[in-house]
Design a protein around this ligand. Sequence first.
Ligand SMILES: Nc1ncnc2c1ncn2[C@@H]1O[C@H](COP(=O)(O)OP(=O)(O)OP(=O)(O)O)[C@@H](O)[C@H]1O
Ligand SMILES: [Mg+2]
Ligand SMILES: [Zn+2]
Length: 370
Amino acid sequence: MSESKYPNSYTLAYLSGEEQIPVPKRRRKWNNYIEIKGARENNLKSIDVRFPLNVMTVVTGVSGSGKSSLVSEVLYQAVKRHCENLKDGTVQATSVGGDLNLIKLVEFVDQNPIGKSSRSNPVTYIKAYDEIRKLFADQPLAKQFHFSPAYFSFNVEGGRCEECKGDGFIRVEMQFMADVVLECDSCHGKRFRQDILDVEYRGKSISDVLDMTVEEAVEFFSQGKGSQEKKIAEKLRPLQETGLGYIKLGQSSSALSGGESQRVKLAYHLGEEKAQPTLFIFDEPTTGLHFHDIKTLLKAFDALIERGHTIVIIEHNLDVIKCADHVIDLGPESGDEGGRIVCAGTPEQIADCKESYTGQWLRKMGKTAR
Ligand SMILES: Nc1ncnc2c1ncn2[C@@H]1O[C@H](COP(=O)(O)OP(=O)(O)OP(=O)(O)O)[C@@H](O)[C@H]1O
Ligand SMILES: [Mg+2]
Ligand SMILES: [Zn+2]
């Protein structure tokens, strides 16, 4: 593609086949599993199914075949009840057992925003901001004026600009029209009082840091000498791992797309130090994602599995399905004509199954290891 007018276009690279999501060389083996027997929610026909642990399982099937019924209503609810030790309420299944005890937490990772407040942002969400505030409070000027870490927060009174309450902008409600957003007159969008902005770490104010991209900040802080700086860089790195290196530290959560919000949530889990074995559930995580983002998402899944977690995904995307260790194909059709397991196994085994629509597509598109 050397003659392309758009040498940096990921879309072109994928369309031309130059960049691809490869079929994994091997499928992970598994021994442990959660076993559901007699699942009957909605259209499910009293099915028995195993969800293997510490691998990636993809649940497939036509729309209305029963994927959400099985994964969101039965699996998620049952594991949640187990983890939270809830005694009341039941799920529509005869039994849920197997190695359930090996799972300590369950997370349903959706594309909903990560915080409602305009002041919540990716860096506060992954808890990296606490360390940044501490670092600023440790600078000589801050010590001289007794600015504690809280002074470098835009969530509480103290150091933030009170005119805009740390937003940096003022929202003006207009009758019959969309709100108008104006830069704050008092702080000029810098979100803090001037004496707080005067505190600098290696020539950067807290506002300058919030204006850095994740990429720039990782670079900047990893050049620092102390362990505190290293810690900040470490905390930010998961955002890079989930492909969010381009977002600004101070970017409001409400300005993130659904896919970005979902990856911030993933980054939070990737950054957890002593994470308990967790079951992560996703319902169509690739909705709205570009090929390149899908590749990054798959890498993040791998990283979670390496940390001992389990992934269950509902997905139509063949590039994700072909990367699964285990596929559970529901159907064969929708509604009452669905709700059964058509086939379960590796993508290669699904492709060998004549009755499976998913298998037919995997074969047709050459999406298997053979
Ligand atoms: N609350 C409900 N009450 C009764 N029937 C329901 C309910 N929710 C879903 N169904 C029915 O159960 C069947 C399976 O639905 P389900 O949502 O599990 O499908 P799905 O495979 O997740 O589909 P999609 O890919 O469209 O999300 C469908 O026929 C649906 O109409
Ligand atoms: Mg569904
Ligand atoms: Zn202001």
